[in-house]
Design a protein around this ligand. Structure first.
Ligand code: NDP
Ligand code: OXD
Length: 319
């Protein structure tokens, strides 16, 4: 008879029914003990899989070998850790989702935006509402350069796909990258040439102290007149009043926004009143249970074998 203790997994995504997640983990890790966190649960756990957990889920939890963030962006959990720094010791790795089916969704969202704006379907929609028959100028991908901020798991996949589809694509990251068909730029000094004359700006940066508030007047001005903005990263990147001002001046012709500083977007937020802003409720890339569980379980198995895994968050860098 084996005396080995079964592995213990703790799950916490407040506001979401944990049942299908627990089942998916049980199916993928037979023999493991899986439980949803409830207030007052302080029992040991080997691993935790969480999204926006209260500090009590992690604080003082004995036995923890790693914490898995059920999303690609780690700003919510890092914000919590900055408020409550003793919640998770540095020795316990925080591991985020890497793609896990999100890159394909981002590619769909951005390709839709690129076609919509390049062919001006947004304007034709408004014209149709006004019973107006006006033919706008023809458009070619070659005249519609797209600039992608962030060349990580998601930004690299998006920029490479857009480039293969025929758009001139530039990408910007912190450290230098090489992506076939994409003109790459790295570091703050390269931001201005990266932006210069772009017709569509796509944001796929993580929210960090360096990137928050970056999408303001200084970033909009170098773009082409009447450029388009697609923000699918975090609302905290955008200076809302600068965007509204740029839209009113025609500097930005239209924007597709999936993320907001406050979510749900408050009913009285001026973005709702601006017809040139398309709003989606943080759906550009959703966490897919099957893919997420498969990735996490694969990493748990690797950690149990004593191997290193990718996706470990650098808490100082912020992503
Ligand atoms: P990655 O960590 O893989 O990539 C981040 C990229 O941003 C890297 O290329 C990095 O550069 C670059 N970067 C970071 N800081 C800077 C900086 N100061 N200047 C220039 N470049 C910088 O993240 P993902 O691609 O997986 O995800 C990106 C973001 O997308 C997430 O953080 C999240 O906020 C958002 N997201 C939104 C979703 C939604 O539904 N709306 C769903 C999933 C994610 P380098 O490569 O040099 O390190
Ligand atoms: C994520 C998100 O970061 O859903 O994965 O926003």
């Amino acid at each position: 008879m084996s005396t080995e203790k079964p592995m213990n997994l703790l799950f916490c995504t407040p506001g979401e029914d944990p049942t299908p997640w627990l089942q998916a983990f049980r199916d993928a890790l037979p023999g493991a003990m899986m439980r949803a966190w409830q207030a007052g649960d302080t029992a040991p756990a080997d691993y935790a899989a969480v999204w926006r957990p209260p500090a009590e889920v992690l604080r003082g939890r004995s036995g923890l070998k790693a914490v898995f963030n059920l999303g690609a962006g780690v700003d919510p959990i890092l914000d919590m850790l900055s408020r409550e720094p003793d919640t998770l010791p540095e020795s316990v790795p925080l591991i985020r989702l890497e793609d896990a089916g999100m890159a394909a969704q981002m590619i769909e969202y951005v390709t839709y935006a690129a076609l919509r704006y390049m062919r001006r379907f947004d304007t034709y929609e408004r014209q149709r509402e006004a019973h107006q028959w006006t033919v706008l100028e023809a458009a070619r991908p070659a005249d519609f350069p797209i600039a992608v901020m962030g060349l990580g798991k998601l930004g690299a996949a998006v920029s490479s796909t857009l480039a293969k589809a025929g758009w001139p694509v530039r990408g910007w990251s912190r450290t230098a990258k090489a992506i076939e068909g994409v003109q790459t730029f790295a570091g703050d000094a390269a931001l201005a040439p990266f932006l210069a004359g772009a017709k569509m700006l796509v944001n796929l940066l993580p929210s960090t102290p360096e990137t928050r508030g970056l999408l303001g007047k200084a970033v909009f001005e170098p773009l082409a007149e009447g450029a388009f903005l697609v923000n699918i990263a975090r609302g905290a990147h955008v200076v809302d009043i600068d965007l509204l001002d740029a839209i009113r001046r025609g500097k930005i012709a239209a924007a597709m926004l999936d993320v907001f500083a406050q979510e749900p977007l408050p009913a009285d937020h001026p973005f709702w009143q601006e017809p040139k802003i398309t709003i989606t409720p943080h759906i550009s890339a959703m966490t897919l249970r099957t893919e997420a569980v498969a990735q996490i379980v694969g990493k748990i198995r690797a950690l149990e074998r004593g191997e290193k895994v990718s996706g470990v968050v650098d808490r100082i860098r912020g992503y």
